[in-house]
Design a protein around this ligand. Structure first.
Ligand SMILES: Nc1ncnc2c1ncn2[C@@H]1O[C@H](COP(=O)(O)OP(=O)(O)OP(=O)(O)O)[C@@H](O)[C@H]1O
Length: 471
C-alpha cells in the first residue's frame, strides 16, 4: 500500500486520470473525484494526505472546497490548480487555507516537487504534534517529585542553570548531558529544562538512540533526499530539523556508533546538518540535551566513544541520583504512584501499612522510579483490601537492602520453581513482559538485557500478542 495518498479533484476526466497515473508512477496512492461533492464524500473514507483540486468545478468551486476540506480534515494539505493565472485567485486560495497553488497547464515535474514539499510539511507537523501532545501532559520542574537532599541539590542546580540561561541568546544555550541509572527520571529532567527554559514554546523532540537501529538512525536524525538509499522513496526532513526553535533530546546517547558520533559532532560544532544524499548544508537553531546511563568516560577510554564529542556534550552535566539514595522520597513517590494507579483502576483510598513502607525504603530499586511505578501498578491491580502489606508488593524479599546487581543477576534471584510444576511458555511470557516494563518498552534495551537480538524479541512480542500498555 502506498505510504501517502492524494485525492485529485478534476472534472476533466482525461486530465484527471492522467494526473492520477503520473502520481501513482511516483509511488503515491491517487484517486480521482470529478466534483467537489464527490471529493467531500471520499474524504472521510480516504483521509488523503493531499487534496489536489481544480479551481473551476461544477457546483462547489475549488476555492470553496479548500475551506470545506480544512474543516473536515485539517491535516490534509490542499493544492489548487488554477487555469487563469490570476493573482487574485491565488491570494483567495491561500486565504481559504490552501497549502499552495499551481498554474495550468501543469508541468508534472513542478507538481511532483510541490507534492513532495507538502508531504514533507505534513510529516513534520505530525511529528511535532506527537511530541507537543506528549509535552502538554508533563509539566516542568514541578513534575519532578521529591524533597530529599540529593533531589533538592539537583533541582537547585537546574534552577540556577535556567536562571542563567534566561539572560542568554536562545541559540547559545549550553549543551547539557544528563547522567543517571535507568529509570531515575532523566527524561523528566530533559523536559523540565525545555518546558521551564527559554525555548519552552518550541518543540521538544526526543530521539531514543537505542531504539532505532543505527543504520536507520542517521536518516531519522538528518533526513534524506529521495533515492539516497533503497527505501528512500520520498524526500524527508529529519528530527533535527523538526526540533528547530526547540530542544533536541538525544536519549541513550552512549548507544550511537562511532560513524554517527562524527556527524553529531559536526551538528554540535557547526549547528548545521546535511540530509543524506544532499550536498546542501541546512543551518539549524536548537538546544541539544542528551542523556545516558552509561559511563561515557569509560567508553572514551575504551575507544567506544569519541572524546571530542564527549567534551562537547558534557559542558553542563546533571546527575540524577538513584532512587535508593533518596530516603523519604521513596515513600513520597510510592504514595504518588499508588494514588495515580488507584484512580486509574477505580480503587480509591488505598494506603501502605508501616511494614510495607519499610520494605519499600529498604529495597535496592535497580530499575529506580520506573520500577517503583510499574511494581505499584501490579500491586494496585491485585489489591483486594484498602491496606497494602509487604506481601502485596511485587518485589523480591531477598533483595531488600542496597542493590548493585544488574538485571540478569536480579531476575535469577527472583526465580523460584513451584513444586506443582511450571510452564516454560508462561515463564517466557512473564520474563518478556517484566523486562519490557522495566525498560519502558525499549525493545533494543530489553533484547540486550534478555540476551536476545532485537528481531528475536520482536518475534516473541508478536507471537505472545503483547502490546504496550497505555499510561
Ligand atoms: N522525580 C520523579 N517524580 C515523578 N515521577 C518520576 C520521577 N522520576 C521519574 N519519574 C517517572 O519514572 C518513569 C521513568 O522516568 P524517565 O523515563 O524519565 O527515566 P530515565 O532515567 O529517562 O530512564 P531511561 O534511562 O531508561 O531512559 C517515568 O514514568 C517518570 O515520569
Amino acid at each position: 500500500m502506498p505510504q501517502y495518498t492524494i485525492l485529485v479533484v478534476e472534472d476533466d476526466e482525461i486530465l484527471g486520470n492522467n494526473i492520477c497515473t503520473s502520481l501513482q508512477r511516483h509511488g503515491w496512492g491517487a484517486q480521482l473525484a470529478s466534483s467537489s461533492e464527490d471529493a467531500l464524500q471520499m474524504l472521510g473514507k480516504m483521509h488523503p494526505d493531499i487534496v489536489l483540486t481544480d479551481l473551476n468545478l461544477p457546483g462547489i468551486t475549488g476555492i470553496e472546497l479548500i475551506g470545506r476540506v480544512r474543516d473536515a480534515d485539517p491535516d490534509a494539505k490542499v493544492i489548487l490548480m488554477t487555469g487563469d493565472g490570476n493573482v487574485q485567485t491565488a491570494v483567495d486560495a491561500m486565504k481559504a487555507g490552501a497549502y499552495d497553488y499551481l498554474s495550468k497547464p501543469l508541468v508534472l515535474a513542478e507538481l511532483k516537487l510541490l507534492i513532495e514539499r507538502a508531504l514533507d510539511a505534513r510529516r513534520m507537523e505530525k511529528t511535532l504534534s506527537f511530541y507537543q501532545n506528549r509535552e502538554a501532559r508533563d509539566a516542568g520542574l514541578a513534575a519532578l517529585l521529591g524533597n530529599s537532599p540529593p533531589i533538592q541539590a539537583m533541582k537547585t542546580m537546574i534552577r540556577q542553570l535556567l536562571d542563567a540561561e534566561a539572560h542568554m541568546a536562545a541559540n547559545d544555550l549550553p549543551v547539557v548531558l544528563i547522567g543517571g541509572e535507568t529509570g531515575t527520571g532523566k527524561e523528566l529532567v530533559a523536559r523540565a529544562l525545555h518546558v521551564d527554559g527559554v525555548r519552552g514554546d518550541g518543540p521538544f523532540v526526543e530521539v531514543n538512540c537505542a531504539s532505532i537501529p543505527s543504520h536507520l538512525l542517521e536518516a531519522e536524525l538528518f533526513g534524506h533526499e529521495k533515492g539516497a538509499f533503497t527505501d528512500a522513496r520520498e524526500r524527508r526532513a529529519g528530527l533535527v530539523e523538526a526540533a528547530e526553535g526547540g530542544t533536541l533530546f538525544l536519549d541513550e546517547i552512549g548507544e550511537i556508533d562511532l560513524a554517527l558520533q562524527a556527524k553529531l559532532l559536526k551538528l554540535l560544532e557547526e549547528r548545521s546538518i546535511r540530509r543524506l544524499g544532499s550536498v546542501k548544508e541546512i543551518k539549524v537553531n536548537l538546544r541539544i540535551v542528551s542523556a545516558t546511563n552509561r559511563d561515557l568516560e569509560k567508553m572514551v577510554r575504551e575507544g567506544k566513544f569519541r572524546s571530542d564529542l564527549y567534551y562537547r556534550l558534557h559542558i553542563i552535566t546533571v546527575n540524577v541520583p538513584p532512587l535508593r539514595a533518596r530516603g523519604d522520597d521513596i515513600a513520597l513517590l510510592a504514595r504518588h504512584f499508588l494514588t495515580l494507579h488507584a484512580r486509574r483502576y477505580g480503587k480509591a483510598g488505598l494506603e501502605f501499612n508501616a511494614d510495607a513502607l519499610k520494605v519499600l525504603k529498604g529495597y535496592g530499586w535497580p530499575g529506580n522510579v520506573r520500577e517503583l511505578r510499574n511494581m505499584l501498578e501490579q500491586t494496585v491491580l491485585l489489591a483486594a483490601g484498602k491496606v497494602i502489606t509487604p506481601n502485596q508488593l511485587a518485589i523480591c524479599p531477598g533483595l531488600s537492602g542496597p542493590c548493585d546487581r544488574d538485571f540478569h543477576t536480579l531476575d535469577s534471584y527472583c526465580m523460584s520453581v513451584p513444586s506443582n510444576g511450571v510452564s516454560v511458555p508462561e515463564v517466557e511470557r512473564d520474563l518478556v513482559i517484566k523486562m519490557l516494563d522495566k525498560t519502558d518498552w525499549n525493545v533494543t534495551k530489553s533484547a540486550r538485557l534478555l540476551g536476545l537480538t532485537r528481531d528475536m524479541l520482536r518475534y516473541r512480542i508478536e507471537k505472545l500478542g503483547l502490546e504496550r500498555p497505555e499510561h
